[in-house]
Design a protein around this ligand. Structure first.
Ligand code: GLC
Length: 804
């Protein structure tokens, strides 16, 4: 079953059936002022922190309510509906709607009883409030009188838990007032002898507002219970039913903003109004409202600004292949998903409530990879920040607080850090993610001076970027286990593998091997010969150890437990085959060709399913060792044999690096949201964004996906597709193009911005091969192999690569 389609020209996903299998959401604004909105207008808003700056209420794990509701009532018939299908939920025979999720805006079109409505929701670029612009057109033959009511449900406390749980407190600090065209919602209003936003005895006087522009307020209500009416719901608020709000304000209980205006429309006449929401004092609110006097123009201008900004961001890499699903993901949706994870980290979604007060080290460093080819300057800023969260011992802080104070932070060795963040120990992989990320940045931007930039460490001292990378090598080197592979510590990439100081992680060993390869390239660039020799020796040794201790006939094992038992041995009754060590053996360059192809075949045979490869098999049940925390999950879910979507990116990349275009593309299609558009009832999640995992074959809901939007999947798949399938592999001196595509692709084109040059790339594959290069022409000149030195690039560079 299908609920919508991709409009690639507008970069929108258009939902044509509003009764989607789950709320299908979009992101507006930024964490400075963030708003989530579903296709039925459900969702919440916050300033700075999802957990501590919550403005609009949303009940998690419920029926996608409440939301940003705009009700329309025909005053003659007294019939009413909403600009989004829910909450009123009219019969879909009579109510026709479309929800257009775009880049940082959502527009809902509805047609009901001769009235066409367009509800546009957005946060203006760089602003910290939101706009709900409603445009109404009378498409009937009669004059119509409509009462339009906007409804915003405020939280009673900035802290969402206090709002939900501590009612004996939060309900009695809240009140609302009406001023000319707006409801003012005040928390701690009784402290208002202090100035707005000023702290009084640890309490802040907090102001929110809900305003109407483009029309006058005819009636209003600031009290939720009064607006809804006893035993009414959002589908039939008494204030809307009556067509007149009571004027009651909130003093205790629950504050809300409800504003009604009467709109008269002649046939074919259109009118625009807008509701505004923000966390602003009275004065600032007034200033904002004034800007919208000319509602139509202001909203159109702001929407265009958003589109220009976002489409500009996405335009730096665009591809046309024979696969519509691939194009829409790489050109728009996966790219936008990468920006969203890059900007929002794991701050807020319908699954993350915002409680995590910081950035996860590994997640954030990985997220950066997804946008490097689109916005290297944005990546640079975040890389700096993450390097400044590296402790002087080389390890990453497991959680980097939003108010991170580089040079002065406590570390997991300090009780204070543990108390504040809940992270008691280092994780084995965190700082090792810096290697691919920094490398990709250097190669994409050509900004090699960055290696010499001095950046503080999290706790004390400072060092160049090169020094930071060296310390990350030291961190792992100083924490080797009995076989000489990196210890697994509190976790490696897999949060559910706790191998401790004595257990060892094959995954981290491979990551470490790869890291040494990357820093070797930096050492060569810096002519640091001594260090280069040291690296060669250590890397060779590690390579030997991995081969001796981890290769198991047709696969790499997953590691060793604290007591020295093998994890992922072929003969184990459970978890005897793992995905990541196979893909990483290839990515790291450790696996021989034979090992690589054997391991990848084993993955395909043992782990692949129609929705992607499962993380391991069989799931843990009776035979979990002590550090195998995944056993707590239902079989086929998350780390316990779920299809962990992030890992699909690595298997795509690994197959592509081996030149197996068909397999790489198969893995892409199995888990690509766009490729599941027609299977929305199985996948459930939005067909335009990735989720954390898909339930594996051991689950009765095989194929159902979870935890939308904020996932490392976005960046690993992007890298798997751009570097892997499309083969765009910059290095310090130029660009290698090495596509691994499905045999049936006879051609593709790509437009790439690269260090200020515009590359126009055309790839031909006349003889149905999966990879290779018989000729590479750059502005008509033949290159050696498939490599383009940067000096060969002109402002506009025409590149023609023939695979076969
Ligand atoms: C979640 C975590 C990520 C971890 C992964 C696997 O996605 O955010 O840090 O690597 O699970 O356990």
């Amino acid at each position: 079953m299908k609920y919508g389609y991709f409009d690639d020209t507008k970069r929108e996903y258009v939902i044509t059936r509003p009764d989607t299998p789950a709320p299908w959401a979009n992101y507006l604004g930024s964490p400075e002022y963030g708003a989530l909105i579903s296709n039925n207008a459900g969702g919440y808003s916050f300033a700075k922190s999802g957990a501590n700056g919550r403005i609009l209420r949303y009940i998690f794990n419920q029926f996608d309510q409440p939301g940003r509701y705009m009700y329309i009532r025909d005053n003659k018939t007294q019939d009413y509906w909403s600009a989004s299908w829910q909450p009123v939920g009219k019969d879909l025979e009579a109510y026709k709607s479309e929800c257009h999720h775009g880049t940082a805006y959502t527009k809902m079109l509805a047609d009901y009883s001769g009235i066409h409505s367009e509800a546009l929701y957005y946060v203006p670029l760089d602003q910290t409030y939101e706009v709900w612009n409603l445009r109404l057109t009378n498409q009937s033959a009669e004059d119509r009188e409509l009462t339009v009511t906007g409804y915003a449900e405020f939280t009673n406390n900035n802290n969402y838990e206090q709002d939900q749980i501590n009612l004996q407190y939060s309900q009695f600090i809240t009140r609302t007032e009406f001023h000319e065209n707006r409801i003012r919602h005040v928390i701690h209003g009784n402290l208002d002898w202090a100035k707005e936003g000023e702290e009084v005895d640890d309490e802040l006087v907090i102001d929110r507002f809900f305003a109407l522009t483009g029309a006058t307020v005819d009636s209003y209500c600031g009290d939720r219970e009064e607006f809804l009416g006893r035993y009414h719901g959002y589908n039939n608020p008494q204030g809307v039913e009556k067509g007149q709000l009571s004027g009651e304000m909130c003093y205790n209980q629950n504050g809300c903003g409800a504003l009604s205006t009467v709109i008269r429309l002649k046939p074919n006449e259109t009118k625009d109004i807008a509701f505004l929401v923000g966390m602003k004092g009275n004065k600032e609110a007034k200033e904002i409202i004034v800007k919208y006097e000319n509602t139509t123009q202001q909203c159109e201008k702001e929407l265009n600004e958003l589109i220009t900004y976002w489409h500009g961001r996405l335009s730096h890499f665009q591809v046309q292949t024979p696969s519509a699903e691939f194009n829409t993901m790489i050109n728009t949706w996966n790219a936008y998903n990468c920006f969203i994870t890059f900007i929002w980290s794991r701050a807020a979604s319908f699954f993350y409530c915002g409680l995590r007060n910081g950035y996860g080290y590994r997640d954030t460093v990985q997220d950066i990879q997804g946008i490097i080819h689109l916005a290297p300057e944005m990546a640079l800023e975040k890389i700096r920040f993450m390097l400044s969260a590296q402790v002087d011992n080389g390890g990453g802080l497991p959680l980097v607080k939003f108010n991170h104070n580089a040079g002065h932070e406590d570390t997991p060795e300090d009780a204070s850090y543990v108390k504040e963040t809940g992270h008691p120990e280092y994780r084995a992989d965190d700082a090792l993610w810096l290697f691919p990320t920094v490398y990709k940045y250097l190669a994409e931007s050509g900004n090699m001076e960055f290696l010499d930039e001095v950046i503080p460490f999290a706790n004390k001292d400072e060092g160049t970027v090169y020094e930071h990378l060296k310390r990350a090598i030291d961190f792992s080197m100083n924490r080797l286990g009995v076989h000489g592979m990196p210890a697994g510590l509190y976790a490696d990439w897999n949060d559910c593998l706790r191998l401790g100081k004595n257990g060892e992680s094959a995954f981290v060993a491979l990551q470490f091997y790869y890291a040494m390869d990357i820093i070797k390239r930096c050492a060569e660039y810096k002519k640091d010969t001594q260090y280069g020799i040291y690296l060669d020796e250590k890397k060779n040794m590690l390579g030997k150890i991995i081969n001796e201790c981890c290769w198991n006939e047709d696969r790499f094992i997953r590691g060793y437990t604290q007591t020295g038992e093998i994890i992922g041995c072929k003969t184990d009754p459970e978890a005897n085959m793992w995905l990541n060590p196979q893909s990483w053996a290839v990515i790291s360059g450790l696996a021989s060709e034979e090992q690589a192809d054997t391991a990848l075949d084993t993955v395909y045979q043992r782990l692949n399913t129609e929705y992607g490869a499962i993380l391991m098999d069989p799931p843990y049940y009776k035979h979990a060792f002590e550090g195998a925390l995944a056993v707590i999950y239902n079989a086929g879910s998350k780390e316990n044999a779920g299809i962990f979507s992030q890992s699909q990116g690595w298997i795509i990349l690994a197959e592509a690096l081996r030149g197996h275009g068909d397999r790489a593309f198969t893995y892409f299609m199995e888990n690509a949201p766009a490729a599941q558009n027609e299977k929305a009832d199985i996948r459930k999640l939005e067909p335009y964004c990735y989720g954390q995992f898909t339930e594996g074959k051991d689950s009765p809901h095989f194929g159902r996906s979870h935890v939308h939007w904020l996932t490392g999947t976005a960046s690993t798949i992007m890298v798997g597709c751009v570097e892997g399938i499309l083969g765009m592999r910059p290095d310090f001196s130029g660009l290698c193009i090495s596509p691994s595509i499905p045999k049936e692709w006879d051609t593709f084109t790509a437009k790439k911005e690269f260090r200020g040059k515009h590359l126009h790339i055309q790839v031909y594959n006349h003889n149905q091969k999966e990879s290779g290069c018989v000729e590479l022409l750059v502005n008509g000149e033949a290159m050696k192999g498939n490599y383009i030195p940067f000096e060969k690039m002109t402002e506009n560079t025409d590149i023609v690569l023939t695979i076969s």
